[in-house]
Design a protein. Structure first.
Length: 433
């Protein structure tokens, strides 16, 4: 990996972390960052990155890589994968008794969630062409999880899983025999072979806590279950540089706090026309209207555009339009203007009636009659009100997946980068000064 490039990205990420209080990724439902790229490259970019427009800086795009790789140690041509593996046969404890002579694998190192430098440079170049700069996204937190990868799915989308009970007889510390059944499940891999879902006894991965960049190193350690066959297969794969993705991958779930776009609506009121409509309506109801009638009046007033005109701002066109956006909460907020208009047009009156329980209390029914509003009818014949509404922050979860790829060695041999053709891009990334 080009070290100078990594230092630049790290410096940029640190600088941007200091200003996150005033900037945040935009919710992609409100502003899809991919639309700014030409069709010739947008699909490739989307396959490798989650992209987010910035809420304040109009020329900034945040990114989260969808894949990572084994990190490295050293510099230039002396870089080595930050990974190692070894095997051992337990001589004491539970496994020595349950699976005598069966070997376990210890492996560890670190993954890098940045993505390939070649891909980052490609994203940066294409973004510059359309007037943007890019930076790793700042996330609220990351959670690491080891998963079984390389699994095939049926036509209905379900994974083919087979589970059997493995009976075990255990002698406890008091010399008593205990019989237990252990569930052993296997899945059909992409190559058609059966693969156990539980090959890892214990695993640990450390994602930096708290708010952090999505471009970080994630140290990990892993121990497999005792199984000579599995140990031999994994060792053989590492000797020739095969990927360990069929056995396990590390997935980091990132939580990003995204900002929703502020919606705007414009309500124009022709007070003379509105009072005429209200007078006609109230007269029809003998100048005493109940709540449900008032609600029907305002609904008709807006729908027919007689006195009250509602327009919604369209950020795509930069114009106010009659068509409402497909956002129920915003529409409800706009309809809340009814309470303000109602107070200008009508006065509330109460009808008191004796309670059916006697002299305990009284019940009231709210009714409405016309209000003599001199200010609106004489001084403000036309009025425009603007409503700005924001649903607040939302949380989005995205993933970066990593596996041990393009690594050769371990088990007492030096660990090197693979020279296979498919690994050239990764190796070039990490060995170029």
């Amino acid at each position: 990996m080009k070290r100078t490039h990594i230092l630049k990205l790290s410096t940029m990420a640190a600088a941007l972390l200091s200003c996150v209080a005033t900037a945040a990724p935009m919710d992609p439902n409100d502003d899809n960052a991919y639309r700014h790229f030409p069709a010739s490259v947008s699909a490739e970019i989307e396959s490798k990155y989650y992209l987010y427009k910035d809420s304040h800086a109009k020329d900034l795009i945040w990114y989260v890589p969808k894949s990572g790789y084994v990190s490295y140690r050293g510099r230039g041509n002396n870089t080595r994968p930050n990974f190692n593996a070894s095997s051992y046969v337990p001589r004491f404890g539970t496994w020595a008794a349950l699976r005598p002579g069966e070997a376990q694998i210890r492996m560890g190192g670190a993954f890098n969630t940045m993505g390939r430098v070649e891909d980052v440079n490609f994203l940066k170049l294409e973004a510059e062409k359309v007037g943007f700069k890019v930076s790793p996204a700042v996330v609220n937190r990351g959670t690491a999880l080891f998963v079984v990868d390389g699994i095939d799915a049926n036509a209905d989308g379900r994974i083919d899983v087979q589970c059997v009970d493995e009976p075990l007889t255990i002698t406890d510390a008091f010399g008593e025999t205990v019989n237990v059944n252990i569930n052993k499940c296997s899945v059909t891999a992409i190559d058609g072979t059966q693969q156990e879902t539980s090959i890892v006894e214990k695993a640990y991965a450390k994602v930096p806590s708290g708010r952090t960049s999505s471009s970080v190193n994630v140290p990990f350690q892993l121990v497999t279950l005792p199984d000579n066959d599995m140990t031999n297969v994994i060792q053989d794969d590492l000797m020739v540089g095969n990927s360990l993705a069929p056995y396990f991958s590390l997935v980091v779930d990132w939580e990003l706090e995204t900002e929703r776009a502020t919606r705007a609506a414009r309500i124009t009121v022709d007070w003379n026309q509105t009072f005429e409509q209200a007078h006609t309506f109230a007269a029809y109801h003998n100048y005493a209207c109940v709540d449900i009638e008032i609600q029907a009046f305002f609904k008709k007033l807006v729908q027919e555009g007689k006195g009250v005109y509602v327009e919604y701002y369209n950020p795509e066109t930069g114009q106010y339009e009659e068509k409402a956006p497909n956002q129920a909460a915003f529409i409800k907020a706009v309809e809340g203007i009814q309470a303000e208009l109602q107070a200008e047009l009508f006065d509330q009156i109460q009808e008191y009636s004796q309670s059916q329980l006697g002299q305990v209390d009284t019940s009231t029914n709210a009714m409405w009659t016309l209000r003599a509003n001199y200010e609106k009818q004489i001084l403000k014949r036309h009025e425009t009100r603007t409503i700005n509404w924001n649903p607040g922050m939302s949380m989005e979860t995205v993933q970066t997946e990593m596996s041990v790829d393009c690594v050769v060695g371990g088990f007492g041999m030096p660990v090197e980068w693979s020279t296979e053709v498919g690994c050239h891009a990764i190796v070039d990334d990490v060995t170029t000064p």
